[in-house]
Design a protein around this ligand. Structure first.
Ligand code: COA
Length: 259
């Protein structure tokens, strides 16, 4: 199972597939090619009986800084056939356990994809953020549906509207991740859980995952679609252009001219 993209690495060890995001010079920001490669790996692993568990992690002590903002400014597609959407679908529908090992920044989809993993281990220096509003965008990947259910309306509003950074302990307290470990230990801990899960009866594991998710499955999908439609429009907005340009120019965004 080979990744078709140099910035997404894959490795099989025992019955565990490890997918590593590896673009440290851009804080592991995800380009369309990287989304495609991850979607292809997940889709292949879904049908491959030799893979029982997937670990998703980032290289160089960074999980991911989320969508590559330059890609988005360049007008990359975000419709149903876009690599972002195909990746979201592949992870959302993935029938086997996925364990995230998170270190450093986990921004945007770096946080929201954790809502679709089965276990998430965060290092104590991990920093989470859903800065969609700060960027003139809107929530994505089902987060507007899932976050209030996971942590309550007040906390979900705080994290999505204010878009502030939060630490690993807060992520654990609001049920975004399972466990906080010392820096440098998340991948090892994820490997321990993955090996444990890979030893268990595979059909029982898959059925349990399916049952755990069936209460949210259809509503989650519908929300992902609705958010994606709004997101697509937001990417064309002047508000997003100002925010993304400000990020590239290393200055605060100025929304004062907007109604
Ligand atoms: N898209 C494109 N480039 C990105 C990026 C992203 N999401 N995140 C970081 N980069 C680039 C920076 O522009 C910088 O490039 P430069 O070396 O040419 O100046 C380089 O990666 C290093 O990032 P920098 O911001 O200097 O690192 P940092 O350690 O100070 O901060 C982050 C790390 C992740 C907190 C910060 O980069 C960040 O907030 N990134 C944007 C996250 C974001 O808004 N994601 C989109 C969500 S939809």
């Amino acid at each position: 199972m080979q990744s078709q993209c140099a910035e997404i690495q894959s490795q099989i060890s025992g019955r565990v597939l490890e997918i590593t995001i590896n673009r440290p010079e851009r804080k592991n920001a995800l380009t369309m090619a990287m989304y495609s490669a991850m979607a292809d790996l997940l889709n292949a692993a879904a049908d491959d009986p030799s893979v029982r568990v997937v670990i998703l992690t980032g290289a160089a002590g960074i999980f991911t800084s989320g969508n590559d903002l330059t890609d988005f400014l360049g007008g990359s597609a975000t419709g149903d056939e876009s690599p972002v959407y195909l990746f979201m679908q592949a992870l959302y529908n993935f029938p086997k356990p996925v364990i995230a090992a998170v270190a450093g920044p986990a921004v945007g989809i770096g946080t929201t994809l954790l809502l679709h993993c089965d276990l998430s281990i965060a290092e104590d220096d991990a920093v989470f953020q859903m800065p969609f509003v700060n960027l003139g965008l809107c929530p994505e990947y089902g987060s507007s549906f899932l976050l209030p259910r996971i942590m309550g309306h007040a906390k979900a509003s705080e994290l999505l509207l204010l878009g502030k950074k939060f630490d690993a302990q807060t992520a654990a307290d609001v049920n975004i991740c399972n466990e906080v470990v010392y820096a440098g230990e998340a991948l090892d801990r994820a490997r321990v859980y993955a090996a444990e899960l890979a030893e268990k009866a595979p059909e029982a594991v898959r059925l349990t995952k399916k049952l755990l998710r069936q209460g949210i499955h259809e509503n989650g999908l519908a929300t992902i679609r609705e958010e994606a439609n709004h997101f697509k429009t937001r990417l064309l907005s002047e508000e997003f252009r100002e925010a993304a340009t400000a990020f590239m120019e290393k200055r605060p965004a100025d929304f004062s001219r907007f109604d």
